[in-house]
Every structure is written in C-alpha cells, then in structure tokens.
Write a protein that binds this ligand. Structure first.
Ligand code: HEM
Length: 195
C-alpha cells in the first residue's frame, strides 16, 4: 500500500504486545469447554464495551472513508453471550481502557480491534471444532466480518494510511496501539484462572 509506512511501524511496534496477548488468550485452556469460552467472551465484553463507547465519541472517521457503525463488535459479543445463556451486563467492565480523545488514539485502538479479526479467523475454526459453536450460534464475535474479513481489513488500513500522513500522527497511532494491547493484556491477566 503506497505511503503505508505507518502499517509497518504498527506491525513492528506492537509485535511483542501481540505475542503477549496471544499467549494470554491461552486458547488450549480457554477453549477447553463452553464455560471457560463463555468466561473469555464475558471478559472481552467488559473491555470492548467501554472501548467502543469511547471510539464512538470521536468524530471525523467518515471524512477518511471509515464507517464506524459497520465496525461495531459489542453486538456480536452480546449475541454470543445471550446464546450461551448469559446476561452480558453481569460481567465486570474495565475502568482502564486507553483514553481516546481524538482520531490519533482512535486509529491506534482500532488497529488493535480490527486486526483481531485476522486472528479471529483461526480462533472461530477452533471454536467450531472443539465446542461445536458456529458464527450463527455462540461464535459471531470471532467470526466477525465472516467472508468480508479481507476487504474490511484493507479498507481500514487505507483509512489509517490516509490519516497517518505525518510523523506526529504516526507516533500517536503507534503509542495508542501499544497502550490498547497492554490494557487488554492487563485486563485478561486479572482473569487468568477462568476455571
Ligand atoms: C490466540 C489469539 C490470536 C491469534 C492466534 C492471532 C493470530 C494472528 C494472525 C495469524 C495474524 C496475521 C494474519 C494475517 O496477516 O493474515 C494476526 C494479526 C493481527 N492480530 Fe492477532 N491473533 C490473536 C489474538 C489477537 C488479539 C486478541 C488481538 C487484539 C485484540 C490481535 C490483533 C492483531 C492485529 C492488530 C493484527 C494485524 C497485524 C498487522 O498485520 O499489522 N490478535 N493475528
């Protein structure tokens, strides 16, 4: 992608944090039964809910070709938790999501949650194999955009490149992405013994 220096900076700059979160997901453990999988979804709901609300308070996405309403993920978590017999709001909410007061931090946080759809492809297959849950029942969050994951990721990256055309914008985005990964990691760490 032309002018995509920010994409490389993000990938390299968050590689250790991605690895840490991947380890923290500990799929072998968390996908061992429906109960532990549901606990993971509840934990993610407690993080995504305030994060998405904060993203929704920022304006200016449309000018960059990004439509936030197409990218909401909380509704998928609500649908999965409900299908699994849980009340989403019974799970605790994270009080320490990164502060998002403008487009720079917003793009950094969105990089993390949009990129998660790539790993989600792999996770949703595992969930189907191990727990028999499908995108239509209990696994819509990890299936995310389903057969549109590639195009949605490309469109996000194009908007990000449009936004991050200066070193200071690049820096804001990378800093926020690192903070978002770290904040999620800390939030998941508090829930390690999900059994
Ligand atoms: C066990 C859990 C996870 C696995 C196995 C995993 C796996 C992957 C894989 C295979 C890719 C590259 C896909 C591709 O290039 O086509 C990827 C990219 C990515 N993942 Fe994950 N992931 C996991 C969890 C997460 C989580 C929880 C987040 C954030 C909430 C996340 C954020 C990202 C981002 C931002 C990218 C894009 C990297 C880039 O190309 O710039 N991942 N992941």
């Amino acid at each position: 992608m032309t002018g995509g220096r920010v994409l490389q900076l993000l990938k390299e700059g968050t590689a250790p944090q991605h690895e840490a979160v991947e380890r923290r997901f500990d799929l072998n453990n968390r996908l061992r039964d429906t109960h532990t999988y549901t606990a993971l979804l509840g934990r993610l709901y407690g993080f995504y809910q305030p994060l998405e609300a904060a993203l929704g308070r920022v304006t200016g996405y449309e000018d960059l070709g990004l439509h936030l309403h197409e990218r909401r993920k909380v509704a998928w978590l609500v649908s999965d938790l409900t299908a699994l017999g849980c009340v989403p709001d019974s799970f605790p909410t994270c009080a320490h999501v990164p502060e998002i007061d403008s487009l720079g931090p917003a793009f950094g946080s969105m990089y993390v949650v949009e990129g998660a759809s790539l790993g989600g492809r792999h996770i949703s297959k595992l969930v189907a194999q191990r727990l028999g849950l499908t995108p239509d029942r209990g696994c819509s969050f990890f299936a995310s955009y389903r057969d549109r994951i590639g195009p949605m990721w490309d469109a996000f990256r194009a908007a990000l490149v449009r936004f991050a055309g200066t070193p200071s914008a690049e820096q804001q985005v990378v800093t926020a992405a690192v903070q978002t990964f770290e904040s999620l990691d800390r939030w998941l760490a508090r829930d390690e013994g999900v059994s």
